[in-house]
Design a protein. Structure first.
Lengths: 654, 462
């Protein structure tokens, strides 16, 4: 056969006919035709007098209705030692009310072809119902009954517990589930997001625990009801009034957020599963709060790394190396601090190579700018695929619920695509770097005896010529240490910085900074508290404009502010040969970076203020490498700073 | 599948059709009724389309009449391996570019291989309909195959097998078990798995790819379904421009499968090194999808093993507390033109003996043969079916698959709006009759899955 012969040449093998026929087949992909505008389907929202938020998505294409009632009652609210309580409460809600048995509830809803069930994830407990629209009254009646009058029969609790214990055994036989449990515990530690139920914790749950959890958390205040499909808003309002008569209750208590652990190095945890033919590799770390605007560049970076079949992990680990069926990365949002992860299932004998490659690719996305074509392609997918996620009423409902439950703001759905489209390559790289809350940094305990009030005058030399100066003072107030610095390099650059620090450990509390660069004024105001930094950052741009960034992000414990280097470095436990790696938040880059300080033997340094015996400290990890000289005698102070490889020097004048 | 899908999972068992006449539904969609048009190109490519302008997206779904049933002995798993090769490049599309072009356009895509067919779909914003069609046409007319790509995809498929089968509990017993009702001499098409054996995957040659392409990946052996936001004239123009120049080939050789019901019970034990709990799988031979008994079997399946109120759940799971879960499936991979399987699966609770569990499950299956079903059960089954029928047609891709289903398994797209009558007409007697015929103990393959050794560290975990 001619065709077969042609094809043996292992080149693109065109069917013979296609070569000979009058062929108008284009050799390049066709260009897009005009796209009609995509609007997010309208929905109506209200907050009822009892605090219940209600969203209605009218969608009359098919005679279906889906209902989701969500409470802040997920697994994070399980009391320690009773992990799995929320899951059991969810299971039991549809297993008996004051007037209906479990069998009656199931037979009633399934008899009309509907479903009613509840489930719990990390943050939320959600009761869902799906039904054809001619049975929507019945389903609301059942929903109201199981929400307001659950009876939590003892026999049903015992059955649910038996099922949960067996389900846990099945879960632990699945490699991905085992990896996920270890991963969560490892990255979140004692934070509630790190916990998973165990046989012991399921066994510790008493009926009283179920009853009080439901009473305390399944309240209208703070809850969200989303109804989507072939219904009208007035119809839903009246169904809700009828189904939930007299329902009231303030939002449930919200425990203070717990910090997530910081890490000093990349940890590799090996879990042995006998008889495995593959290794499941999962790597990642806790990241950001859901409202952090860093989400958008981070989403782009994560997509480039491993969002799909044209992302780096897939193309390299699968299409090039054939080590795996698939390798992916994703960014998971929680109500609290979320996480990102990269994962692959690889045949066991290439585990080490695959892990090395995964780490290398993660590093690339953190350190290299994404090439333009790859960035365009990635944003094309993220922005363009949005209409695919709002095809059915239940898809629309889940988008609405996600935005409201995570508090993403009223304009989230409207601006989602726009915000992704605006992400630049440097932003995506910076986001990837900031997502890695895993700098190889450790908190250093500072010598607070070095925090002695003083005033310093410094001069700035470029190529040996004085171009300006700086005045800095450190003073104590009743409960704080205040560092202020005023730099003046003429019309090119002027900056006034004030940082309030905790005198016991040098950690920042407040930062106020006004910068005037090339005539452009930029103000930064940040508040550091409870392992978070919040506020507004302004960064002068190359083109003479100033960009504003709202920031609200978590910081690893022990993180310092980059502006406080002249205060905190002299208070390090300095000694020749010592190395410190400490996390510093850089407001101008909006990144927490590990800076490494290498202390060498003291040497004589001559500056206008005099001749000092000073530690030579090499600093790496900052935007440029530096050498700082810190005087040996207490109170220690920075006497000279030099930018490595550049003719830029700052010296102490008095 | 060529990759892990990012948007949902294909439903395992396709749920059939329903008319709107039985319920008050809005005029616009008539509760799942699907309007469509069809035409055929001179080269034999059949095209079916259905317009829906509610969301600016379109699904292009191309089915080839080729699957694992077309494989020869010694090449099990080849149809699926071939599916992977379809993403490795063609005359105008470089390796990796297929994924890239679709994803850059904001689309999603995947392929899937079953016993009877292989499918390729793209769901894209409606202004990229031309791109999806062009990509499908380019690989139908000019697949590019290199030794290197072939090797890479063979290894990838072996990893897929490890991921889905070899490294999971119950998978091997379940997937192999579904082939055991059929004899590999009389009915090789359904006596081997879709994923294939490692040995057969290793034995596959580059030349096999070409031969398979020539035999099965021809326009006269494919059906293209397009559903969503497009203008029919434009669609016809694109289809003509991209597909009309591809030549038809001789029809592929027919597939044969000889079998008979109730040859005698078969019992097998499987030692599962990954399972922490024992399980029982009961598999029964059932007729081809187009058979007149299928509607009653589908409803029987719902009554026995779908939902909280199913017989198996109420008795075995809730009353006896013997199983973590118990479900029933019909043709878990996909419908068939040849004989299929009805599968009952139950995983034992901790401390429950697997023989006792099997006795309980068997008793429930027998109970329908002896006592029939109640009117409430029959109503529930019809309503559940009706709801499933509407839900599967909510998306453009769901409607595309439903159109394909009737085209391929019933030989008539028109059945999509007519099949329901058969389901509504099913009586309690019909269900008892099909239960007696197909749930005959002599028609069963019973698989007992046992755990291996002590559950050491595996039961711990954080």
């Amino acid at each position: 056969m001619v065709t077969a012969l042609l094809l043996l040449s292992a080149s693109p093998a065109v069917r013979l006919s296609a070569l000979t026929a009058q062929d108008s087949f284009p050799s390049r992909p066709p260009k897009p035709t005009p796209l009609p505008p995509v609007r997010f389907p309208p929905f109506k929202e209200t907050t009822l007098p009892n605090g219940l938020q209600l969203a209605v998505v009218e969608h009359h294409e098919q005679p279906v209705v889906s209902v989701a009632l969500s409470f802040r009652a997920g697994a994070v609210y399980d009391p320690p030692g009773k992990e799995g309580l929320s899951e059991l409460v969810a299971e039991l809600l549809t297993k008996g009310s004051e007037t209906r048995s479990a069998d009656q509830i199931a037979a009633t809803v399934e008899g009309v072809g509907g479903s009613l069930a509840a489930s719990s994830d990390a943050d939320f407990l959600t009761i869902t119902a799906d039904v054809l629209s001619d049975q929507v009254d019945l389903v609301f009646e059942l929903l109201g009954d199981v929400t307001l009058h659950p009876s939590f029969p003892v026999g049903e609790l015992e059955l649910a517990r038996t099922q949960a214990l067996s389900a846990l055994q099945v879960e632990l036989s699945r490699p991905a589930a085992v990896a996920a449990r270890f991963f969560a515990k490892e990255i979140y530690g004692d934070n509630p997001y790190g916990r998973s139920p165990t046989p012991e914790s399921f066994k510790a749950v008493l009926r009283d625990d179920v009853v009080s959890f439901a009473a305390e958390r399944l309240r209208p205040g703070g809850a969200l009801l989303v109804v989507a499909g072939d219904v009208t808003e007035p119809q839903v309002r009246s169904l809700v009034d009828k189904a939930f008569p007299g329902w009231h209750g303030a939002p449930p208590a919200a425990p203070a957020p717990r910090p997530v652990p910081a890490r000093t190095a990349t940890d590799i945890l090996l879990v042995h599963r006998p008889g495995s033919t593959q290794a499941n590799i999962v790597l990642g770390n806790p990241t950001i709060l859901p409202t952090d605007p860093l989400y958008y560049p981070a989403r782009v970076a994560t997509q480039v790394l491993g969002g799909g079949a044209d992302s780096r992990l897939f193309l390299i680990l699968r299409e090039q190396k054939s080590w795996t069926y698939g390798a992916y990365a994703n960014l998971r949002r929680y109500r609290g601090v979320g996480y990102w992860q990269a994962s692959a299932e690889v045949r066991s004998d290439v585990t080490d190579s695959a892990l090395t490659e995964l780490l290398r690719q993660v590093d690339r996305v953190r350190t290299e700018a994404i090439p333009d074509s790859e960035l365009a392609s990635t944003k094309g997918f993220l922005v363009g695929s949005f209409p695919l996620t709002i095809e059915t009423p239940s898809q629309v409902a889940s988008q609405v619920a996600n935005a409201k439950l995570l508090g993403l703001g009223d304009d989230y759905l409207r601006l989602y695509r726009e915000r992704l489209a605006a992400v630049t390559a440097p932003q995506a790289r910076a986001a990837a770097a900031r997502l890695d809350l895993n700098p190889k940094a450790a908190a250093v305990s500072l010598d607070t005896a070095q925090f002695v009030p003083h005033s310093d005058s410094l001069r700035v030399l470029i190529q040996g010529n004085p171009v300006g100066g700086s005045l800095s003072t450190l003073r104590h107030t009743a409960d704080s240490l205040v560092y202020s610095e005023r730099s003046d390099l003429g019309p090119v650059f002027q900056q006034q910085t004030t940082v309030v620090l905790d005198p016991s450990d040098g950690s920042p509390r407040l930062l106020d900074q006004v910068t005037v660069q090339q005539g452009q004024k930029a103000e930064t105001h940040l508040k550091y508290a409870e392992a978070r930094v919040k506020g507004r950052i302004a960064v002068p741009q190359q083109d003479g404009t100033v960009r504003q960034f709202d920031i609200d992000t978590v910081l690893p414990p022990g993180t310092l502010d980059e502006n406080t280097v002249p205060v905190v470095v002299p208070a390090f436990p300095l000694a020749p040969g010592k190395t410190f790696t400490v996390g510093f938040f850089s407001p101008s880059e909006r990144v927490t970076k590990p800076l490494t300080f290498k202390v060498a033997t003291p040497e004589r340094v001559s500056v206008p203020a005099g001749v000092f015996q000073a530690y030579h400290i090499g600093v790496s990890g900052a935007r440029v490498p530096l050498i700082i000289w810190v005087s040996v005698d207490t109170p220690r102070r920075v006497v000279k700073t030099e930018v490595v490889g550049q003719p830029f020097v700052v010296e102490l004048v008095k | 599948m060529v990759h892990r899908a990012s948007t949902g999972v294909r439903s395992l068992a396709w749920l059939g059709g329903l008319f709107c006449a039985a319920l008050p539904c809005p005029l616009r969609a008539q509760g799942g009724r699907v309007g469509y048009e069809a035409f055929t190109l001179p080269n034999g490519l059949r095209v079916v389309y259905s317009e829906d302008h509610s969301t600016p997206i379109v699904s292009v779904d191309l089915w080839y009449n080729a699957g694992s049933r077309n494989e020869r002995a010694g090449r099990s798993g080849f149809a699926h391996l071939f599916e992977h090769m379809m993403f490795e490049g063609s005359a105008h599309v470089k390796k990796g570019e297929f994924f890239q072009l679709i994803q850059r356009a904001g689309g999603t895509l995947n392929g899937s291989t079953a016993e009877d067919r292989t499918t390729y779909y793209e769901t894209v914003p409606s202004n990229r309909l031309n791109l999806a069609l062009w990509l499908e046409a380019d690989r139908m007319r000019s697949l590019a195959v290199t030794e290197e790509n072939f090797h890479t995809q063979r290894e990838t498929v072996k990893e897929e097998r490890r991921l889905r089968v070899d490294n999971q509990p119950y998978s091997a017993a379940f997937l192999n078990g579904m082939t055991w009702p059929y004899d590999s001499t009389a009915c090789f098409p359904y006596a081997h798995t879709v994923i294939g054996s490692m040995a057969d995957l290793d034995a596959a040659q580059l030349g096999d790819v070409q031969a398979f392409f020539d035999a099965y990946y021809t326009p006269n052996n494919a059906t293209l379904v397009v559903v969503g936001d497009f203008k029919p004239l434009e669609l016809r123009r694109f289809v003509n421009q991209y597909f009309a120049g591809i030549a038809s080939h001789a029809a592929p050789p027919p597939v044969t499968c000889d079998y008979k019901l109730s040859p005698g019970v078969v019992r097998r034990e499987v030692q599962d090194a990954h399972a922490n709990l024992p399980a029982v799988v009961r598999i029964y031979r059932v007729p081809p999808d187009a058979d007149r008994d299928t509607p009653a079997l589908e409803l029987l399946k719902i009554i026995l093993g779908q939902g909280e109120s199913s017989r198996l759940n109420v008795t075995v799971v809730r009353r006896a507390k013997a199983a973590l879960g118990a479900q029933v499936f019909m043709n878990p991979v996909e419908s068939r033109r040849g004989p299929g399987t009805l599968v009952a699966l139950a995983v034992a609770n901790q401390g429950v003996g697997v023989e006792g569990l099997d006795t309980l499950v068997a008793a429930q299956l027998d109970s329908i043969r002896t006592g029939g079903v109640t009117p409430e059960e029959l109503t529930k089954a019809k309503n559940t079916f009706r709801a499933g029928y509407i839900h599967t047609r909510e998306t453009t891709l769901g409607r595309a698959e439903a159109l394909h289903h009737y085209d391929m398994f019933h030989g008539s797209v028109a059945e999509i709006n007519a099949d329901l009558e058969r389901y509504l007409a099913v009586t309690a007697d019909d269900i008892r009759r099909v239960a007696t015929r197909y749930l005959d103990p002599a028609n069963a393959v019973v698989i007992v899955v046992r755990t291996v050794g002590q559950p050491d560290g595996r039961t711990g975990g954080p």
